[in-house]
Write a protein that binds this ligand. Sequence first.
Ligand code: PEP
Ligand code: CO
Length: 390
Amino acid sequence: MSAPGTTLASAPSALPRWPDDGRMESVLAELRDRPPLVGYDRCRMLSDELAGVAAGHAFLVHAGDCAELFADVSPLLSARKDAQLRDLSWIVRCATARPVVRLGRIGGQFAKPRSCGVEDHAGEPLPVYRGDAVNDRATGALARHPDCGRLLTAYDKAAEVLRHLRERRRAGALYTSHDGLLCEFEEALVRIDSRTQTRYASSAHLLWAGDRTRELGGPHIELLASVANPVAVKLGPRATAADVAELVEVLDPDRRPGRLVFIARLGNDAVEQRLPELVEAALAADARPVWLCDPMHENTFCTAHGRKTRAVADLVREVAAFVRVLRLARAHPGGVHLEATPQHVTECVERREDGRSPVDLPRYRSGCDPRLNAGQARAVVAAFTRAVTA
Ligand code: PEP
Ligand code: CO
């Protein structure tokens, strides 16, 4: 059964179904008229820096919110997120004496792929929240109705965050990225760089395709294939060696260093078993992608109070296993991909047993998945650096 409010895509319910009220065309026309959000030179700079990571000379820290919220956008919060990325990359830099590239899930991470189109709300089915670019987090059926006018707000909010970050540029470059889930939005923001006559996604320096939308021949991979930005693909436990080989062929036919990032999100149970053949498949295809470990998305479980959470101890184990596998394959463990916030939250727990506590997590504010707070994010990054320097 397909859930209401969804369309069948690479995974059922991953994508919103916009109301057929004729508004989308005018929204997209307006987006097409707006200036690019990021500069193409900076996209190329990110590629160059990622080439250093792929070659094993540098590392990448990729982190930020699961879902950014329009209401949270402020100069202070942007500054704190930037500072958190700097703090995390500094941990890696100090331990490894290598340059560290900083990439935020920031300035456009406003849309979420969902596994199920409905959620249970006090015993009643409610269409799921799909990110501020699509619907409202408030728990009313009307609020959850997809509203394409939100795409214009997503552009405005992204522009605001980028402005905040540019004002802080003296502190060094933080690149931006998000899930390129809403293809119509991303396509409306594709621009031709007149200097190089190349197509660039202009909404972020890097876009990724999620594990649910990475099907070959699907619109998300087609979009990524059509632009010159560096791009990433998430690989979950169902990803195969053949998927990796074909993704390399489609997304990086010229084997351009710094073009392609694979984000392994395999989970503690599968990482040692599944990752070796994925890494080997890339090597066999003569590709040198950046390999990142996302220890968050396959280590999620529910607390006794029904909250989604993750245990830092699980994440620490996955990043350590990731590094072991990459090392055995003689490939470079490029870095980590985390959902983290500088805000004082309690969304992740230290150990699995903590999820059984009769006390609910007191400061749970995430718009979607549970994020690491500052100390927890440091602990996971420190585990990564311990593994790479061991
Ligand atoms: C995410 O990064 O928030 C996410 C949903 O990841 P994935 O698409 O890989 O599940
Ligand atoms: Co998430």
